[in-house]
Every structure is written in C-alpha cells, then in structure tokens.
Design a protein around this ligand. Structure first.
Ligand code: GLY
Ligand code: MN
Length: 460
C-alpha cells in the first residue's frame, strides 16, 4: 500500500521542482453505451502517483505547496444506487489533502491563476478542461503539457520507492498464481479463450485488475494477439503474456511459453533454450550504469548464435546483429519500464524513454526498442526476448532483399507454423545484482513440463 504521506511527499517534491501553480487532472468515467453503464474505470497514472485518488473526474491543484483536491461530492441518491459514498471531507482526510472542494469550484479557482502548469490525460474531456484552464495546447499523448512539469514528473516516476516495489511484488504474486493455473489446465483440445478465462479469472479472484489485455495464443508470432480463436493442438506452443494490476495501480507483465501437450519437441526445446539463455544474459546486465540498449544487444547476440547453429543465419552472430538480421526472428525491443503503467512513462514518448544522448534507431527491429536509458537503482524494467517465425516478415520483399546473403529465407520458411516463444520477467535495478521480481513463475523446461496438464479445466 502507498500511504497518503508518501503521496504528499511526492507532491512536495513536485511543487519544489516546478515554478507556479500545478493542476493535475484525473480521468473521468466514459459511457460504454449509456452513461449508466460506464467502461471499466482506470485512473490516470500520474494523477494516481501524486494523489492515490481513484475518484473519477477528480483534480488536484498545488499552489505554493498547498494541495487541494477537487471532486464530485456524493449525490443525494448515491446511497440508493451505489451505497454510501464518502463525503469530500472524508476523502480529503483519507488521501492526506489539507482540503477538498466540489469539482464545480475548480473552474473559478483555477481560471484566475497565471502560469498554471498542467498535463494532458487519456480522457479527452478532462484534457479539454485542463487546456482551457491553463491556456496550453494539450492532446494526449502527443501534446503532454508544460515541459517543466513533464520533466519533473518523468524524473520522479522513473524510479520506484520501497512501497512501490512492494506493490509490484504483490502484482507479480497474483500473476504467478494465474500463470500456474493457466499452465495446469492446458491440454490438447482446450481453447485459447478457456486458458484466458482461468488466467483472467484468477487475477480477478485475487482482487486485482488487468494492466492490459492478456495475450493467450498458439500464434505467438503475432506479438499483440488478442483474438482467442484457436483450439489448442498437440505439438503447438502456447504463449501467455499477462499480468495483474494492484488496486493502487501497479502492474506486472510476465510472459511464459509452454507446450500444449506438456512436452517440448526437439526444435521447440532448442529454440526455448536459446531464448532462455538470451534472457538470462540480458537480465545479468540489469545493473546501475548499464545502457539498456546493451541489455537488448546481449539478448540479440545469444539469440543470433542459435540462429547461426540452426542455419537460419548464414553469417557470424556478430555480423548478423551489426546488420540487424537477427531482427527477422526477434523483431521487437527487449523490454520497457514498468510501474503504474505496463509500459511505464511511454505516454511521454522518447522524452521519458530515451536518454537525450541516445537517439532511436531507424533500423528494422531495433526501432522498436522502447527505452534507451542508463539504468538506475529503483528502475524496474521487463526483459523479454523472443524467437518468432513470422510469415509476413519472411515473405516481405524489402526484408528479403535487405538481408539476402545473411538470412536463409528458404530454411526459415521450413519453420512455418512454429509460432513464437517469448520469456518475460520484471526486473528491478538494485545497487548490486538484478532482482527478478517474477523469478518464482516457472520457466525452466522441466518445471513447465511437470506442471502443464495437471489439473482439470473448471469449464468442462
Ligand atoms: N505485455 C505486452 C508488451 O509488453 O508489449
Ligand atoms: Mn512487456
């Protein structure tokens, strides 16, 4: 749990770092079809970070270090339809604000302030209000807000406190139970949607939400596959990329890949061992001062050695990585920051995710490297290399031409139908060795083979 004192301390740091008044907007509720049936509510992460306030439509105004919460007071009929709702005074007390005022007063108070600094949020209505009150041109995510405020927020949110790490461990623990449940009911004849249901249901049963749509697929080569249309067949690999989100908003993001039948085939076993070795080499570099691109590079090199052994690459591993040819089989970056958002701070773009000394590569594959920062204690990153056989890439004329002589495309096409393997853990940078928060979730071949298919499906 993050205490109200920690939220207040974060606001104090922010007020010190930024000149003038600050307006932080929360997200509002969005109608699913009728206002009566809203979409599941998710608070804006920066607003959560500074307030811990989950009330839809709320805002916080920081003036000379004094924080006021603005929120919708309980309506007369709330007790009937929604149960008793706390008063604004009770909300202020619980959240550690000196005062709370009705949302209807925000306009009057804020419109008289000069130099108001603010941010856009995912909710366009709230962003429009922030824009009107501040006079800033805002649009989420591209026009994020005043630069001074954006930079101050990034600098605070980049590293996790001890309490935040505690939240992330809780999110991992629930993901652990959910991954194990999914592994246990996997068998030929089951359906992707059934495995998804057990994973998502386990997360919900522990009182947590989903930080993103769980990826549960035998077509792991489709990186963000949310289709759930396949029945599982003997010989296939199932890839599950899923996490949990604590009530305070912290995420886990873990991928495991296992054989539907409970036994890896020879080819699967070799590829799995290579991805695991690539991940271990990369994780070992998650230490202070290491540039994240070097973490990515370490994974690429280990994977390239396997690709050379399998004659998928016809050059040295070093030459393949230098040319970017490994990306034909590992076309994404090795990971991202994780915290209140699954891809934490990615809404602030490369301003948050790339050190100003480093620029984003335009090369195929490496262009998808989501962060390139020097690692610092307190950061939490994912490390998620993969190996994928993607027909769309293997048949792409531009890619075939570019990597002709380096990639054996005919050999690669003989792997068609293999799918994909990804292994992903959440790793905290400490002063010393990396701490793999998700280390307890099975990923060794023997542990996976022992667990798959050990339980009856509750869905019949
Ligand atoms: N969990 C999905 C991703 O990291 O992109
Ligand atoms: Mn991830």
């Amino acid at each position: 749990m993050i205490t109200s004192a920690e939220h207040a301390a974060r606001r104090a740091v922010l007020s010190e770092a930024v000149d003038g008044p600050i307006l932080l907007m929360g997200n509002g509720e969005q109608a699913r079809n009728l206002p009566l049936t809203p979409l599941p509510f998710r608070q804006d992460s920066t607003f959560l970070y500074y307030t811990g306030c989950q009330m839809p439509g709320a805002a916080a105004l920081l003036i000379d270090g004094q924080a006021t919460l603005f929120a919708e007071p309980p309506a007369d009929d709330d007790a009937l339809w929604h149960g008793v709702v706390e008063t604004l005074a009770e909300a202020a007390e619980r959240l550690g604000f000196a005062q709370a005022r009705p949302l209807s007063e925000l306009e009057d108070v804020a419109s008289g302030l000069s130099g108001l600094q603010t941010l856009s949020v995912p909710d366009p209505t709230q962003t429009r209000i922030a824009s009107r009150l501040s006079g800033l041109d805002l649009e989420y995510p591209d026009r994020a807000g005043s630069v001074e405020l954006v930079d101050a927020v990034i600098s605070q949110r980049k590293r996790r406190s001890a309490a935040e790490l505690g939240e992330m461990r809780a999110a991992v623990e629930v993901a652990d139970a959910a991954h194990r449940a999914a592994m246990a009911i996997t068998r030929p004849g089951a359906h992707e949607r059934e495995i998804r249901a057990i994973f998502d249901g386990t997360v919900m049963a522990h009182g947590m939400a989903h930080p993103y749509g769980s990826i549960v697929t035998v077509q792991g080569e489709v990186l963000h596959n949310f289709r759930y249309v396949n029945e599982l067949e003997e010989g296939q690999l199932l890839l599950l990329d899923g996490g949990a989100e604590t009530p305070s908003g912290y995420a886990s993001d873990i991928t495991r890949t296992w054989p539907v039948s409970g036994r890896f085939t020879g080819r699967q076993r070799a590829a799995y061992a290579a991805v695991l070795a690539a991940q271990e080499a990369a994780i070992d570099l998650v230490r202070p001062g290491v540039r994240y691109r070097d973490v990515h590079h370490a994974a690429c090199l280990v994977l390239a050695r396997f690709l050379v052994e399998e004659e998928l690459l016809r050059c040295s591993p070093e030459d393949a990585v230098a040319a970017g040819a490994h990306a034909v089989f590992f076309p994404h970056g090795v990971g991202h920051l994780i915290g209140l958002d699954v891809h934490d701070l990615e809404n602030f773009g490369d301003r948050a995710c790339y050190d100003p000394r480093y620029s984003r590569s335009e090369d195929f594959g490496t262009a998808w490297l989501r962060i390139d920062l020097d690692l610092e204690p307190g950061m939490v990153v994912t490390v998620e290399p993969g190996f994928y056989v993607v027909p769309a890439i293997l048949h792409d004329p531009a890619i075939r031409e570019r990597f002709a002589g380096l990639v054996d495309f005919e050999e690669a096409l003989s792997w068609t139908g293999f799918g994909g393997i990804r292994i992903e853990d959440d790793v905290a940078v400490t002063a010393g060795a990396p701490e793999v928060l998700s280390a307890s979730i099975p990923k060794e071949v023997a542990d996976l083979e022992a667990l798959v298919g050990t339980r009856e499906s509750p869905f019949g």
